[in-house]
Write a protein that binds this ligand. Sequence first.
Ligand code: GRF
Length: 201
Amino acid sequence: MIRIGVLVGAKGRGSNLMAILNAITAGTVSGQVTVVIGSLKGAPALDAASSAGVETVVVGTANRTDDEYGAVLLRAITKRDVDLIVLAGYMRRLPDALTTAFAGRIINIHPSLLPAFGGHGMYGRKVHEAVREAGVTESGCTVHVVDNEYDHGPVVAQRRVDVLADDSVDDIAARVLGAEHSLLVDVLADICSGKRSLPLV
Ligand code: GRF
C-alpha cells in the first residue's frame, strides 16, 4: 500500500486533500495518507485532516533557514515511511533536501495548463485572473513532478476546461478546481494501483 504524505499551505482550504481522502474512503485510491504537514497551526487544511482522523504535523518556517526547515520537514516525512509526497496548496519552493531525497516521488497540483500561467508568484486567484486577462478559451490544471524550481518539473497529467466569454474569475476558478480534484485522484489511483510506478521520472 502506497503511503502518502500531503503538504498543505498555510491558508489552503484543503479541498484537494479532502478529494484524496474521500477517494481513499470510496476505494478509488488504494493508498493511505499517513501524515498531513502544514506550516501554520489552525490552517483549514490541517483541521480538515485532523477531523478525518489523519495525523497532522506543523513544521514552521519562522526563525529557520531554508536548510533547517528542509531538514525538519524531511525528518517528519521519513519518520512516517512516506512513499509519495503530494503538494496540495503548498506555496513555497520545496527545500533541496526534499527534492533530492524524494526525486520523482513528489507531485504538485497547479491550477493552469503548465507551462502557461505558472512560476513564482503565480498561484491561487492570480492564475485565474491572468487567464481571464489573456483572453484564452481554455484553461485547466496540471499534476507535475516537483523539482527545485517553481511549477517546473515534468508534467504527469493535465485536464482541460473551457473558459467561456462571460466567465468571471470565480467561474474559471471553480471549474478548474473541480478538474483538479478529479485529475489528482486519477493520478493517485494510477500510482497506487501500480499503473504508474514510482519514481515517476
Ligand atoms: C489549488 O488550486 C492548487 O492547485 C493550488 O493551491 C490550491 C489549493 O486548494 N496549488 P485547496 O487547499 O486544495 O482547496
